[in-house]
Design a protein around this ligand. Structure first.
Ligand code: NOJ
Length: 537
């Protein structure tokens, strides 16, 4: 049964779709909205509750849709407004929520607002972007760096000033110190909320405000070769500024004008900073994305510490969340290996907080090797050779063993891996013990066991390769035992409350086995044990 009500996003499982790569319905090699509609039955069977769609708006695609030229349109590559409205209706009919990507930090340089803004110094939209005089020597106003390499300042010869861009020069930053910008973005939000979308994932929300005095960023003492050049400096004055919380509170007000909507923020910060994005009196983001697992050292002690540090800083009443993959980071199956990808799945679906899955992780898609002449990602093009490229985690969904994996009938925009004929949805659905069926079982169990959604997190042990914890609600509890290594592990302890019944093993083969004071885990095995009082069904 689907979770309904105001707080559906607490119980729900989120699933990110990178629309270019999910399903192509018109055979141009790029995924589209009709393609997503065609695949709703798959998502329904998987058991997820909400789809987050990466940007589908008109864009020159310099950063594949994160450079928006019209906030309230649909790029023809993805379809049209009627297609989008059909998607909202079909998703809702299927019991699925639909979340859009909101990219308020920057627009495309082709957005009419920027075209106006750059047209003259006294244009009414001049102050919608961040313009600055050159420094005394005519160079950039300060040392701020673009995330995608080089200075964050671009010179505009016509008006003889620089504009700021945290990402590409084709992505000028909006000026969030200007109330007109707030109003304009709020109107965009109301436009989509009025069409029935269930909320937003807000792109780089912690970047919105920059230092009013344009102070230089200090050097990063931990910088070393091999890191992206932007990390030479600490973003002290370009991100996570105190005033950003007012901007977020404003967005939250808009979301709250509509019933049961959710505001999610993209934020890469350590837990104690991340926690502030719930906002004063929890009036900020409902879910500031918690990306700690994306860079977690894959061992029991490190994971337990990550969970502890996150749980420890959550404000009272704040709802946690966990993310295992996204379109900017290497695939989980490549980070931790195929065997441990199953452990990662069990971890994600048994931690306290809303889980977000990235399309394809449920079939174990790995990072795809991209030949130099196939590189599409502007980050890799600007900063080649150190492994920042994001194409490898954005490749087409592998649906079946046909020529283009059932994704398209013409050459996809990014290549498919050699193993897609084996590793695809059709094959994995037929294999009772596949990772896909593990994901389905995990999502299903999470829905059935209230302690997995509502229960508190109780750490028990992180020893050697074993990570052991409990999810406990008033009258029911579940014990989760994860073997982070490939050697068997034996646990014998009454103290750990090790008795009950195995509800699920990552190998999908021990269901119903009784546990009495001792448990043997195979290498790379995780189990969920329903302990006394646990209700299933
Ligand atoms: C964060 C997005 O996730 C990423 O894909 C994009 O390149 C940057 N924001 C810039 O918009």
């Amino acid at each position: 049964m689907k979770q309904v009500g105001e707080f559906w996003w607490r119980q729900g499982v989120f699933y990110q779709i990178y629309p270019r790569s999910f399903q192509d319905s018109n055979d141009d090699g790029v995924g589209d909205i009709r393609g997503v509609i065609d695949r709703l039955p798959y998502l329904q069977a998987l058991g997820i509750d909400a789809i987050w769609l990466s940007p589908i708006f008109p864009s020159p695609m310099a950063d594949f849709g994160y450079d928006i030229a019209d906030y309230t349109g649909i790029d023809p590559l993805f379809g049209n407004m009627a297609d989008f409205e059909a998607l909202v209706a079909a998703a809702h009919e299927s019991g699925l929520k639909l979340i859009l990507d909101l990219v308020p930090n920057h627009t495309s340089d082709q957005h009419p607002w920027f075209i106006e803004s750059r047209s003259s110094r006294d244009n009414p939209k001049r102050n919608w972007y961040i313009w600055h005089e050159p420094s005394a020597d005519g160079g950039p106003p300060n040392n701020w760096l673009s995330e995608f390499g080089g200075s964050a300042w671009e010179y505009d010869a016509a008006t003889r000033q620089y504009y700021y861009h945290a990402f590409l020069a084709k992505q000028p930053d909006l000026n969030w110190r200007n109330p007109e910008v707030h109003q304009a973005i709020h109107d965009v939000m109301r436009f989509w909320l009025g069409k029935g979308v269930d909320g937003f994932r807000v792109d780089v929300i912690w970047h919105l405000i920059k230092d009013a005095n344009f102070r230089d960023n200090p050097p990063n003492p931990d910088f070393r070769e091999g890191l992206p050049p932007s990390e030479k400096l600490l973003p002290l004055h370009t991100a996570d500024q105190a005033e950003v919380h007012d901007a977020i509170a404003g967005m939250r007000h808009v979301v709250d004008e509509f019933p049961s909507r959710v505001l999610i923020g993209e934020i890469y910060l350590p837990p104690e900073r991340l926690a502030s994005y719930y906002g004063r009196d929890l009036g900020g983001a409902h879910l500031p994305f918690n990306f700690a697992l994306l860079s977690a050292p894959w061992n029991a002690r490190a994971l337990e510490k990550i969970i502890h540090d996150y749980e420890a800083v959550l404000p009272t009443g704040a709802w946690p969340n966990w993310v295992l993959g996204n379109h900017d980071r290497p695939r989980v199956a490549s980070r931790v290996g195929m065997e441990q990808a199953r452990i990662a799945a069990m971890l994600l679906l048994t931690l306290r907080g809303t889980p977000t899955l990235y399309y394809g992780d449920e079939i174990g898609m790995h990072q795809v090797a991209i030949a130099p002449d196939q590189v599409r990602d502007p980050f890799e093009k600007n900063v080649p050779g150190i492994g920042v490229g994001r194409d490898g985690c954005r490749t087409p969904m592998q649906w079946d063993a046909t020529r283009y994996a059932g994704f398209s009938r013409s050459t996809p925009w990014l290549p498919l891996p050699d193993d897609f004929r084996r590793e695809n949805v059709v094959n994995l659905e037929a294999d009772a013990r596949s990772i896909l069926n593990l994901y389905k079982a995990l999502i299903n169990l999470r829905r059935k066991l209230p302690q997995l959604t509502d229960g508190v997190y109780v750490p028990i042990a992180a020893q050697g390769d074993l990570l052991l914890y409990r999810r406990q609600s008033n009258d029911s509890s579940a014990l989760i035992a994860l073997n982070l290594g490939d050697e068997p592990v034996s646990i014998a302890s009454e103290a750990a409350g090790l008795s009950g019944e195995i509800l699920l093993s990552t190998f999908l083969d021990r269901q119903g086995e009784k546990v009495r004071g001792a448990l043997d885990l195979r290498g790379n095995e995780g189990v969920i044990i329903g302990t006394a009082g646990a209700q299933v069904g």
